[in-house]
Ligand binder design. Sequence first.
Ligand code: FES
Length: 156
Amino acid sequence: MNLEDAIANPQNLGEMTDADAVGTVGSPDCGDMVRLWIKYKEKDGRKVIDKASFQSFGCQTAIAVASMATELIRGKTREEALQMSAAELSQPLGPLPPMKIHCGQMVEGALRAALEGESSPAPVSSAPATPVGPTLADALSAAGKTAGKVKIVLKS
Ligand code: FES
């Protein structure tokens, strides 16, 4: 899957209501934000990531990397997922332009926040609380289907 495909057809988009952990990170570079949910399961005596999902106030690159990351971490243990760098999480999409490196780093940060916040059922946030609801997910999903653009304006 390349960057364009991932943008047009993001996987695992939306809130996970039965998640074991959630992490949220905002980027100081652009004000965008990613929230990532993780659900674990037992497999062959190991606790592995069963599934992951995300919501994003980020740009299309952040959505594409989050989509890829939620696919790549499935079946990995918490420790294995923690080893993954932003470059590894976006590697199948090809190299990111220099201006978009932080988009991948934001996804990595949300993943780490979720992995490290595993024991806490409450959302772990290193960003100001910003409402993220189904409306955003619906809007982003619709944008993916129509290849149109969604502009989300955050109000203070
Ligand atoms: Fe800031 Fe992509 S997340 S421009």
